[in-house]
Design a protein around this ligand. Structure first.
Ligand code: PMP
Length: 460
């Protein structure tokens, strides 16, 4: 089939996620046909450097034979069986053990799901169940953060703090409230009451959590949930002061900590989990994406001893689970993925070599007239596009500077995502130094072209 045929059928029959259906119908989709390493290929013969690892998930890169073999063997041995009703199978057992070995020491149990959203639905039910079993059924409120992303199911959406999502398809799950995010560039530097230092701003954001706990009453609060580094919100790396201050606040109260590791888990920040990087001790850790490098859908919740012991000893049957919880083929691929990450020292390489290298190269973009801030940690990075470098003033929303830059990137052969006027990257963890150089070169070219087009627009 030709590109135009795919596009016509796609327009006529396929409703895409997070897409303006009508606008896409007019433009036509790009058809990705195959991929290898850090590159994807489209039906027009273009090779594109995938600076987003798919959707933050293809950590080991494309075309890993070992993962294909793991899937093939498992499909032949046992393509499906479930973990309900006192049964299981070798891949689920082995994966559970491997995950708990890699996770911080107090996380010794895992509940499998098919996705990150399902993991967060599981979190919501587990934390409320935990407190009910503890004889504190009023502990229902969950404190989350504005502009967080925790998924697209109704619980994931409600835990997330994305205003445009909340405006569609409510009402949301009750008992969830949101506090400010530690987004220094957007809300500290550019916010009202201008320019607290990043460190002071980080503490202000932690204070907001304490204020919320006091307003709701500790006896009514079940948990606080957050991503170590916000991903979909714009690769928001909190000020260094933030997590220590949050830890201090949470230590004062009896509230569970849920750290959503769907993006930060499996090496993205240069440790197996973002919680290790920030020295957090989560009670629950939702995971997905990099768990299987995105080759097959699988997620889960790693459960700390405190919660697990209660659910096991006092809980009786937990009426929750999915047909594909711990799917054998997905689990076999995830296990092979973890084994490869270990044998190839991927996490250490991100921490000791690629992360610092990206930080240096990425920071070099800060001299560009369009860039108000260039930040990165491990292999996640962001550029803030601004109209005025000194004040940090943004472009008018109607100009769509971020989307323009994203489209120009694609045209130059690089996938970089835009969140408003924040450009973000999260490349496969197997990217080389040379490929990082290429990524930065392509990003600069796209920035130049974006600046040219925006100037043209102003002149007309
Ligand atoms: N949590 C976080 C932090 C995420 O980034 C995502 C997906 N982008 C999810 C949860 C939801 O995962 P899924 O799309 O697999 O449901």
């Amino acid at each position: 089939m030709l590109t135009a045929d795919y596009q016509r059928l796609d327009r006529d029959h396929h409703l895409h996620p997070f897409t303006d259906f009508k606008a896409l119908g007019k433009e036509g989709s790009r058809i990705i046909t195959h991929a290898e390493g850090v590159y994807i290929h489209d039906s027009e013969g273009n090779r594109i450097l995938d600076g987003m690892a798919g959707l933050w998930c293809v950590n080991l890169g494309y075309g890993r034979r070992e993962l294909v073999d793991a899937a093939t063997h498992q499909l032949q041995a046992l393509p499906y069986y479930n973990n309900f009703f006192k049964t299981t199978h070798p891949p689920a057992v082995k994966l559970a053990e491997a995950l708990c070995r890699l996770a911080p020491a107090h996380l010794n149990r895992v509940f499998f799901t098919g996705s990150g959203s399902e993991a967060n639905d599981t979190v919501l039910r587990m934390v409320r169940r935990y407190w009910a079993l503890k004889g504190k059924p009023d502990k229902q409120w969950i404190i989350a953060r504005e502009n967080a992303y925790h998924g697209s199911t109704v619980a994931g959406l409600s835990l997330g703090g994305m205003a445009p999502m909340h405006e569609q398809g409510g009402p949301l799950v009750p008992g969830i409230t949101h506090v400010r995010q530690p987004y220094w560039f957007g809300e500290g530097r550019l916010g009202e009451g201008r320019d607290p230092s990043p460190e002071a701003f980080g503490r202000l954001c932690a204070d907001a959590i304490e204020a919320k706990i006091l307003a709701l009453g500790e006896e009514n609060v079940a948990a606080f949930i957050a991503e170590p580094v916000q991903g979909a919100g714009g690769a928001i790396i909190p000020p260094e002061s933030y997590w220590p201050a949050v830890k201090e606040v949470l230590a004062k109260y009896d509230i569970l900590l849920v750290v959503d590791e769907v993006i930060c888990g499996f090496g993205r920040l240069g440790e197996w989990f973002g919680s290790v990087h920030y020295d957090l001790e989560p009670d629950l850790m939702p995971i997905a994406k990099g768990l299987s490098s995105g080759y097959l859908p699988i997620g889960g919740v790693l459960v700390g001893d405190r919660v697990a012991d209660t659910l096991i000893e006092e809980g009786g049957e937990f009426f929750h689970g999915f047909t594909y919880s711990g799917h054998p083929v997905c689990a076999a691929v995830a296990l092979a993925n973890l084994e490869l990450m270990q044998s190839e020292g991927i996490v250490e390489r991100v921490r000791d070599d690629l992360g610092p290298y990206l930080a240096e190269r990425w920071a070099s973009l800060a001299d560009h007239p369009l860039v108000g801030e260039a930040r990165s940690l491990g292999l996640i990075g962001a550029l803030e596009l601004v109209a005025d470098k000194t004040t940090g003033a943004r472009f008018a929303k109607s100009l769509g500077a971020g989307n323009l830059c994203r489209d120009l990137c694609f045209a130059q052969g690089l996938v970089m995502r835009s969140v408003g006027d924040t450009m973000i990257i999260s490349p496969p963890l197997v990217i080389t130094r040379e490929q990082i150089d290429d990524l930065v070169r392509l990003a600069r070219q796209a920035l130049d072209e974006t600046a040219r087009r925006l100037a043209e627009h102003r002149a007309t």
